[in-house]
Ligand binder design. Structure first.
Ligand code: GDP
Length: 298
């Protein structure tokens, strides 16, 4: 129910129009499909995912000899869920040490998400260490320190302008010495300078590989859900400089564009692992496509 509340705007955007279509049409015809298509596209599900979803729906209608538009709602929900299937969805941090690199451009909610994730993992009994490797933005370290205090976890920082890789090195050493379960690394994401970013990430990667060859690795990109299709484009660009294992989609509480989660999973085949539905430390939820679609439609 909390999820449905957090998604209220997206829900209103998609569901009311959808229900009007299901009850307003007496036949399943081209107009019926066109209207569903329009709602999905307006709901930021994206044209490619929408086209695939409609094709899937049409096939289901045909195979199951459905005549009544009202019966299409469940079929549509299932088509959306199928479209969101991604190859690899395991995202529980394993028992060996996990090293999680978090990237994303300024303002998307990266530091906030790292802080929330630290709190969540700590609550699960994990020993967490934060690395403030976003040494590019002056306030990032202080902000992350506040989150570390709130979550009750240790933080390794560097002074402004310090080499992010050296902060990562210090943090890796600390994680080893303290036998941490999870090392969460907050990094700067300067997409306008891809070459620099790529080199920086490679350097960080080499340090982790060298110092922690057995670690379970994740690279999560944080995207601002309120930016809709731009978030998709950002994920694509980050995908060009890093091997992304997942996405944290933030600010879904303030937007009607939550359908972007469908577009991201279906078009990029990268799992959304967490969603942000508020500014509080508890407002980061594990993402599950079926639960998400149910919250939107049921
Ligand atoms: P960063 O520059 O990417 O590290 O972004 P911040 O973590 O500083 O977040 C930018 C702003 O977005 C802050 O005001 C956060 O409180 C806000 N924010 C982050 N996540 C969420 C969310 O899920 N919901 C809402 N409503 N605000 C969020």
């Amino acid at each position: 129910r909390r999820l449905a509340e957090g998604l209220t705007k997206t829900r209103n955007n998609i569901v009311s129009g959808m229900d009007a279509i299901f009850s307003g049409f007496s036949d399943i015809d081209d107009d019926f499909y066109d209207e569903i298509e329009e709602i999905l596209v307006m709901g930021d599900i994206g044209i490619n995912a929408t086209t695939a979803i409609i094709a899937n729906l049409k096939q289901k209608v045909k195979e199951q000899h459905i005549k009544n538009p009202q019966e299409c709602k469940e079929l549509l929900i299932n088509s959306i869920k199928e479209q969101m299937q991604v190859g690899e969805t395991a995202y529980e941090f394993e028992h060996r040490t996990s090293v999680v690199l978090v990237i994303g451009v300024n303002g998307v909610g990266k530091t906030t998400s790292v802080g929330k994730l630290a709190g969540k993992l700590k609550d699960q009994g994990r020993k967490v260490i934060l690395a403030a490797a976003d040494t590019f933005r002056a306030a990032a370290g202080e902000q992350l320190t506040e989150w570390a205090n709130r979550a009750g976890v240790e933080i390794i920082g560097g002074s402004e302008g310090a080499d992010p890789a050296s902060v990562v090195y210090d943090a890796v050493c600390a994680a080893k010495a303290r036998k941490a379960d999870v090392l969460l690394i907050d990094t700067a994401g300067r997409l306008h300078n891809k070459k620099n970013l790529m080199e920086e990430l490679k350097k960080i990667d080499r340090i982790i590989e060298r110092e922690f060859p057995d670690a379970y690795r994740e690279t999560l990109v944080v995207l601002d859900g309120t930016t809709g299709q731009n978030a998709l484009e950002q994920a694509r660009q980050f995908g060009e400089v890093a091997d992304l294992t997942g996405i944290i989609l933030t600010k879904l509480d303030g937007t009607a564009k939550g359908g972007i989660a469908v577009a991201i999973q279906s078009e990029l085949n990268i799992p959304v692992k967490y969603i942000g539905v508020g500014e509080h430390i508890d407002d980061l939820q594990k993402f599950d496509a079926d639960t998400f679609v149910n919250a939107l439609f049921l």
